[in-house]
Design a binder for this molecule. Sequence first.
Ligand SMILES: [Zn+2]
Length: 349
Amino acid sequence: MSALDFLPWQRDPARRWLAARDRFAHAWLIHGLPGIGQQEFALAGAASLLCESPRQGLACGECQACRWVLAGNHPDLRRIRPDAQALQEGGAASDADAGGKKQPSREIRIEQIRSLLPWFNMATHRGGWRVAVLYPAEALNVIAANALLKILEEPPGHTVFLLVAQAPDRLLPTLVSRCRRLPLSAPPQAEALPWLQQHGVTEALAQLAAAGGAPLLALRRAQQQQAAVPDWLRLFLEAAARGDAPGDLADALLALDASDWLDGFQRLWLDLSLAAHGAPARYYPELESQVRTLARAAAPTALAQAGQWLQAQRRLAQHPLNAKLRADHAAQTLLRAVRPAQSTPSSSR
Ligand SMILES: [Zn+2]
Protein backbone atom coordinates (compact mmCIF):
# COMPACT_ATOMS: atom_id res chain seq x y z
CA MET A 1 0.00 0.00 0.00
CA SER A 2 1.47 3.37 -0.99
CA ALA A 3 1.18 6.72 0.75
CA LEU A 4 -1.28 7.79 -1.95
CA ASP A 5 -3.86 5.09 -1.45
CA PHE A 6 -6.88 5.05 0.75
CA LEU A 7 -7.74 1.72 2.29
CA PRO A 8 -10.54 0.02 0.33
CA TRP A 9 -13.23 0.86 2.89
CA GLN A 10 -12.15 4.50 2.98
CA ARG A 11 -12.55 5.30 -0.72
CA ASP A 12 -16.23 6.21 -0.68
CA PRO A 13 -16.06 8.36 2.48
CA ALA A 14 -12.91 9.98 1.06
CA ARG A 15 -14.62 10.88 -2.22
CA ARG A 16 -17.53 12.43 -0.34
CA TRP A 17 -15.14 14.33 1.92
CA LEU A 18 -12.97 15.63 -0.93
CA ALA A 19 -15.90 16.51 -3.19
CA ALA A 20 -16.23 19.88 -1.47
CA ARG A 21 -12.56 20.76 -1.78
CA ASP A 22 -13.35 24.20 -3.21
CA ARG A 23 -14.85 25.22 0.10
CA PHE A 24 -12.66 23.02 2.25
CA ALA A 25 -12.32 23.68 5.99
CA HIS A 26 -8.81 24.71 6.98
CA ALA A 27 -8.60 22.27 9.90
CA TRP A 28 -10.00 18.76 10.24
CA LEU A 29 -10.01 16.39 13.14
CA ILE A 30 -10.02 12.88 11.71
CA HIS A 31 -10.86 10.44 14.47
CA GLY A 32 -11.93 6.91 15.15
CA LEU A 33 -11.05 3.72 17.01
CA PRO A 34 -7.42 2.57 16.95
CA GLY A 35 -6.52 0.27 14.07
CA ILE A 36 -9.11 1.31 11.50
CA GLY A 37 -6.66 3.44 9.47
CA GLN A 38 -7.31 7.07 10.33
CA GLN A 39 -3.64 7.98 9.85
CA GLU A 40 -3.62 6.30 6.43
CA PHE A 41 -6.79 8.23 5.64
CA ALA A 42 -5.19 11.56 6.54
CA LEU A 43 -2.01 10.88 4.54
CA ALA A 44 -3.93 9.71 1.46
CA GLY A 45 -6.20 12.73 1.93
CA ALA A 46 -3.16 15.01 1.90
CA ALA A 47 -1.92 13.35 -1.30
CA SER A 48 -5.34 13.81 -2.91
CA LEU A 49 -5.43 17.49 -1.98
CA LEU A 50 -1.95 18.00 -3.46
CA CYS A 51 -2.54 15.95 -6.64
CA GLU A 52 -2.65 18.04 -9.82
CA SER A 53 -5.13 15.86 -11.68
CA PRO A 54 -7.18 13.93 -9.15
CA ARG A 55 -9.37 11.08 -10.36
CA GLN A 56 -12.81 11.19 -8.80
CA GLY A 57 -11.23 13.32 -6.11
CA LEU A 58 -8.39 10.89 -5.28
CA ALA A 59 -4.67 11.13 -6.03
CA CYS A 60 -3.79 10.05 -9.59
CA GLY A 61 -0.41 8.54 -8.72
CA GLU A 62 1.22 9.91 -11.87
CA CYS A 63 1.55 13.69 -11.70
CA GLN A 64 4.56 15.56 -10.36
CA ALA A 65 2.84 16.19 -7.02
CA CYS A 66 2.01 12.51 -6.57
CA ARG A 67 5.59 11.52 -7.40
CA TRP A 68 6.88 13.99 -4.80
CA VAL A 69 4.49 12.64 -2.19
CA LEU A 70 5.62 9.08 -2.98
CA ALA A 71 9.25 10.10 -2.67
CA GLY A 72 8.47 11.84 0.62
CA ASN A 73 9.67 15.25 -0.53
CA HIS A 74 6.63 17.30 -1.55
CA PRO A 75 7.46 20.86 -0.43
CA ASP A 76 3.81 21.57 0.45
CA LEU A 77 3.36 18.54 2.71
CA ARG A 78 4.52 18.33 6.30
CA ARG A 79 4.06 15.50 8.74
CA ILE A 80 4.10 16.51 12.37
CA ARG A 81 4.53 13.53 14.69
CA PRO A 82 6.58 12.64 17.74
CA ASP A 83 10.23 11.84 16.97
CA ALA A 84 9.75 8.35 18.39
CA GLN A 85 7.00 7.76 15.85
CA ALA A 86 9.06 9.20 12.99
CA LEU A 87 11.93 6.84 13.82
CA GLN A 88 9.53 3.91 13.98
CA GLU A 89 8.27 4.80 10.51
CA GLY A 90 11.84 4.90 9.26
CA GLY A 91 11.93 8.67 8.81
CA ALA A 92 14.33 11.17 10.34
CA ALA A 93 13.49 12.89 13.58
CA SER A 94 12.55 16.56 13.40
CA ASP A 95 15.34 19.09 12.80
CA ALA A 96 14.99 20.55 16.26
CA ASP A 97 16.36 17.35 17.72
CA ALA A 98 18.88 16.44 15.04
CA GLY A 99 22.11 15.22 16.52
CA GLY A 100 20.58 15.00 19.97
CA LYS A 101 21.51 12.01 22.11
CA LYS A 102 18.32 12.09 24.11
CA GLN A 103 15.63 9.44 23.94
CA PRO A 104 13.40 10.27 20.97
CA SER A 105 10.43 12.27 22.21
CA ARG A 106 6.97 10.72 22.43
CA GLU A 107 5.43 14.17 22.37
CA ILE A 108 4.82 16.72 19.64
CA ARG A 109 6.87 19.64 20.88
CA ILE A 110 6.43 23.37 20.43
CA GLU A 111 9.57 23.56 18.25
CA GLN A 112 7.82 21.36 15.71
CA ILE A 113 4.82 23.70 15.61
CA ARG A 114 7.02 26.81 15.46
CA SER A 115 9.05 25.36 12.59
CA LEU A 116 5.89 25.61 10.48
CA LEU A 117 5.74 29.41 10.67
CA PRO A 118 8.27 30.20 7.88
CA TRP A 119 6.62 27.51 5.72
CA PHE A 120 3.32 29.43 5.78
CA ASN A 121 5.03 32.36 4.09
CA MET A 122 6.41 30.37 1.19
CA ALA A 123 4.51 30.22 -2.09
CA THR A 124 2.97 26.84 -2.75
CA HIS A 125 3.63 24.75 -5.86
CA ARG A 126 1.42 26.14 -8.65
CA GLY A 127 -0.62 28.03 -6.06
CA GLY A 128 -2.13 24.84 -4.66
CA TRP A 129 -2.73 23.68 -1.12
CA ARG A 130 -0.26 23.35 1.67
CA VAL A 131 -1.11 20.38 3.92
CA ALA A 132 0.06 19.66 7.46
CA VAL A 133 -0.76 16.17 8.76
CA LEU A 134 -0.42 15.94 12.52
CA TYR A 135 -0.61 12.60 14.34
CA PRO A 136 -1.45 11.49 16.87
CA ALA A 137 -2.96 14.76 18.10
CA GLU A 138 -2.99 13.29 21.63
CA ALA A 139 0.81 13.59 21.54
CA LEU A 140 0.67 17.41 21.46
CA ASN A 141 1.86 18.64 24.82
CA VAL A 142 -0.04 21.55 26.33
CA ILE A 143 2.38 24.22 25.12
CA ALA A 144 2.45 22.83 21.59
CA ALA A 145 -1.35 22.51 21.55
CA ASN A 146 -1.69 26.16 22.53
CA ALA A 147 0.78 27.22 19.83
CA LEU A 148 -1.23 25.27 17.27
CA LEU A 149 -4.43 26.82 18.57
CA LYS A 150 -2.95 30.29 17.95
CA ILE A 151 -2.21 29.32 14.35
CA LEU A 152 -5.70 27.95 13.79
CA GLU A 153 -7.27 31.10 15.21
CA GLU A 154 -5.78 33.04 12.32
CA PRO A 155 -5.33 30.34 9.74
CA PRO A 156 -2.68 30.90 7.07
CA GLY A 157 -4.00 30.99 3.49
CA HIS A 158 -4.04 27.91 1.22
CA THR A 159 -3.31 25.71 4.22
CA VAL A 160 -5.15 22.62 5.44
CA PHE A 161 -4.43 20.96 8.78
CA LEU A 162 -5.34 17.30 9.16
CA LEU A 163 -5.23 16.29 12.81
CA VAL A 164 -5.54 12.59 13.57
CA ALA A 165 -6.81 11.36 16.92
CA GLN A 166 -8.21 8.29 18.60
CA ALA A 167 -9.64 10.06 21.60
CA PRO A 168 -10.75 13.65 20.83
CA ASP A 169 -11.87 14.02 24.46
CA ARG A 170 -8.20 13.94 25.48
CA LEU A 171 -7.44 17.02 23.35
CA LEU A 172 -7.59 20.66 24.30
CA PRO A 173 -11.31 21.50 23.84
CA THR A 174 -10.53 24.91 22.32
CA LEU A 175 -8.36 23.16 19.75
CA VAL A 176 -11.10 20.67 18.91
CA SER A 177 -13.58 23.53 18.51
CA ARG A 178 -11.36 25.02 15.79
CA CYS A 179 -11.56 21.85 13.68
CA ARG A 180 -14.28 20.27 11.58
CA ARG A 181 -14.76 16.74 12.81
CA LEU A 182 -14.48 13.80 10.47
CA PRO A 183 -15.34 10.61 12.33
CA LEU A 184 -14.27 7.35 10.69
CA SER A 185 -15.85 4.03 11.52
CA ALA A 186 -14.60 0.45 11.38
CA PRO A 187 -15.31 -1.18 8.01
CA PRO A 188 -17.97 -3.83 7.61
CA GLN A 189 -16.61 -7.35 8.00
CA ALA A 190 -17.27 -8.05 4.30
CA GLU A 191 -14.68 -5.42 3.38
CA ALA A 192 -12.18 -6.07 6.16
CA LEU A 193 -11.90 -9.85 5.70
CA PRO A 194 -10.77 -9.92 2.05
CA TRP A 195 -8.25 -7.18 2.83
CA LEU A 196 -6.79 -9.22 5.71
CA GLN A 197 -6.69 -12.35 3.54
CA GLN A 198 -4.89 -10.43 0.78
CA HIS A 199 -2.31 -9.47 3.39
CA GLY A 200 -1.76 -13.12 4.24
CA VAL A 201 -3.65 -13.31 7.52
CA THR A 202 -4.89 -16.83 8.17
CA GLU A 203 -7.76 -17.04 10.66
CA ALA A 204 -8.79 -13.60 9.42
CA LEU A 205 -12.23 -13.86 11.02
CA ALA A 206 -10.91 -14.71 14.50
CA GLN A 207 -8.16 -12.09 14.28
CA LEU A 208 -10.60 -9.41 13.16
CA ALA A 209 -12.96 -10.26 16.01
CA ALA A 210 -10.12 -10.23 18.55
CA ALA A 211 -9.16 -6.77 17.28
CA GLY A 212 -12.72 -5.55 17.78
CA GLY A 213 -13.27 -5.20 14.03
CA ALA A 214 -10.21 -2.96 13.47
CA PRO A 215 -8.40 -4.41 10.42
CA LEU A 216 -5.02 -2.71 10.84
CA LEU A 217 -4.86 -3.81 14.44
CA ALA A 218 -5.77 -7.36 13.38
CA LEU A 219 -3.00 -7.29 10.74
CA ARG A 220 -0.44 -6.04 13.24
CA ARG A 221 -1.40 -8.70 15.77
CA ALA A 222 -1.18 -11.41 13.12
CA GLN A 223 2.21 -10.12 11.93
CA GLN A 224 3.46 -10.25 15.51
CA GLN A 225 2.32 -13.88 15.62
CA GLN A 226 -0.21 -13.15 18.31
CA ALA A 227 -2.90 -15.81 18.54
CA ALA A 228 -6.46 -14.55 18.06
CA VAL A 229 -7.26 -16.05 21.46
CA PRO A 230 -4.25 -15.74 23.77
CA ASP A 231 -3.18 -18.86 25.67
CA TRP A 232 -3.49 -17.14 29.03
CA LEU A 233 -7.14 -16.42 28.32
CA ARG A 234 -7.71 -20.14 27.74
CA LEU A 235 -5.89 -20.80 31.04
CA PHE A 236 -8.23 -18.38 32.76
CA LEU A 237 -11.32 -20.07 31.34
CA GLU A 238 -10.01 -23.51 32.34
CA ALA A 239 -9.25 -22.31 35.86
CA ALA A 240 -12.70 -20.70 36.05
CA ALA A 241 -14.38 -23.91 34.90
CA ARG A 242 -12.46 -25.96 37.51
CA GLY A 243 -12.76 -23.27 40.14
CA ASP A 244 -9.17 -23.74 41.33
CA ALA A 245 -6.19 -21.59 42.15
CA PRO A 246 -4.75 -19.59 39.25
CA GLY A 247 -1.02 -20.04 39.94
CA ASP A 248 0.10 -20.64 36.34
CA LEU A 249 -2.28 -17.95 35.13
CA ALA A 250 -0.62 -15.22 37.19
CA ASP A 251 2.77 -16.37 35.86
CA ALA A 252 1.49 -16.15 32.29
CA LEU A 253 0.19 -12.61 32.91
CA LEU A 254 3.48 -11.59 34.45
CA ALA A 255 5.23 -12.29 31.13
CA LEU A 256 3.07 -9.64 29.39
CA ASP A 257 2.53 -5.90 29.56
CA ALA A 258 -0.28 -5.14 32.00
CA SER A 259 -2.06 -3.16 29.28
CA ASP A 260 -2.07 -6.25 27.02
CA TRP A 261 -3.77 -8.56 29.47
CA LEU A 262 -6.09 -5.80 30.67
CA ASP A 263 -7.19 -5.43 27.04
CA GLY A 264 -7.81 -9.16 26.78
CA PHE A 265 -9.78 -9.30 30.03
CA GLN A 266 -11.87 -6.29 29.07
CA ARG A 267 -12.75 -7.96 25.79
CA LEU A 268 -13.60 -11.20 27.54
CA TRP A 269 -15.75 -9.24 29.99
CA LEU A 270 -17.66 -7.61 27.20
CA ASP A 271 -18.29 -11.04 25.69
CA LEU A 272 -19.41 -12.29 29.12
CA SER A 273 -21.90 -9.49 29.52
CA LEU A 274 -23.15 -10.00 25.97
CA ALA A 275 -23.58 -13.72 26.74
CA ALA A 276 -25.44 -12.86 29.95
CA HIS A 277 -27.93 -10.99 27.77
CA GLY A 278 -28.14 -13.79 25.22
CA ALA A 279 -26.18 -11.83 22.58
CA PRO A 280 -23.39 -13.34 20.42
CA ALA A 281 -19.71 -12.83 21.31
CA ARG A 282 -17.99 -9.82 19.82
CA TYR A 283 -14.30 -10.49 20.44
CA TYR A 284 -13.83 -14.22 20.96
CA PRO A 285 -16.46 -16.15 18.97
CA GLU A 286 -14.27 -19.25 19.36
CA LEU A 287 -14.81 -19.23 23.13
CA GLU A 288 -18.52 -18.63 22.93
CA SER A 289 -19.75 -21.87 24.50
CA GLN A 290 -17.33 -21.63 27.46
CA VAL A 291 -18.19 -17.97 27.93
CA ARG A 292 -21.90 -18.71 27.85
CA THR A 293 -21.54 -21.41 30.51
CA LEU A 294 -19.61 -19.03 32.76
CA ALA A 295 -22.05 -16.17 32.21
CA ARG A 296 -24.99 -18.40 33.12
CA ALA A 297 -23.39 -19.47 36.41
CA ALA A 298 -21.98 -16.11 37.52
CA ALA A 299 -23.89 -13.56 39.59
CA PRO A 300 -24.75 -10.56 37.38
CA THR A 301 -23.71 -8.08 40.06
CA ALA A 302 -20.34 -9.80 40.53
CA LEU A 303 -19.75 -9.70 36.77
CA ALA A 304 -20.66 -6.03 36.56
CA GLN A 305 -18.47 -5.12 39.54
CA ALA A 306 -15.50 -6.96 38.03
CA GLY A 307 -16.10 -5.06 34.79
CA GLN A 308 -15.89 -1.77 36.67
CA TRP A 309 -12.82 -3.00 38.50
CA LEU A 310 -11.14 -3.71 35.15
CA GLN A 311 -12.04 -0.23 33.95
CA ALA A 312 -10.38 1.25 37.02
CA GLN A 313 -7.28 -0.93 36.48
CA ARG A 314 -7.02 0.47 32.96
CA ARG A 315 -6.63 3.95 34.37
CA LEU A 316 -3.91 2.63 36.70
CA ALA A 317 -2.08 0.65 34.01
CA GLN A 318 0.72 3.22 33.74
CA HIS A 319 1.18 3.20 37.50
CA PRO A 320 4.44 1.60 38.66
CA LEU A 321 2.71 -1.04 40.75
CA ASN A 322 4.37 -4.30 41.58
CA ALA A 323 3.69 -6.38 38.46
CA LYS A 324 3.44 -9.69 40.30
CA LEU A 325 0.99 -8.32 42.86
CA ARG A 326 -1.09 -6.82 40.08
CA ALA A 327 -1.20 -10.06 38.08
CA ASP A 328 -2.04 -12.20 41.15
CA HIS A 329 -4.68 -9.80 42.29
CA ALA A 330 -6.29 -9.56 38.85
CA ALA A 331 -6.38 -13.32 38.36
CA GLN A 332 -8.01 -13.86 41.75
CA THR A 333 -10.47 -10.98 41.53
CA LEU A 334 -11.69 -12.00 38.10
CA LEU A 335 -11.89 -15.70 38.92
CA ARG A 336 -13.98 -14.87 41.99
CA ALA A 337 -16.32 -12.84 39.80
CA VAL A 338 -17.17 -15.77 37.54
CA ARG A 339 -17.71 -18.29 40.34
CA PRO A 340 -21.26 -19.65 40.45
CA ALA A 341 -23.79 -17.23 41.86
CA GLN A 342 -24.58 -19.18 45.05
CA SER A 343 -20.97 -18.95 46.32
CA THR A 344 -20.93 -15.15 45.95
CA PRO A 345 -22.34 -13.27 48.93
CA SER A 346 -25.51 -11.57 47.77
CA SER A 347 -25.19 -7.83 47.43
CA SER A 348 -28.88 -7.25 46.90
CA ARG A 349 -31.02 -5.43 49.45
ZN1 LIG B 1 -1.57 13.16 -8.99
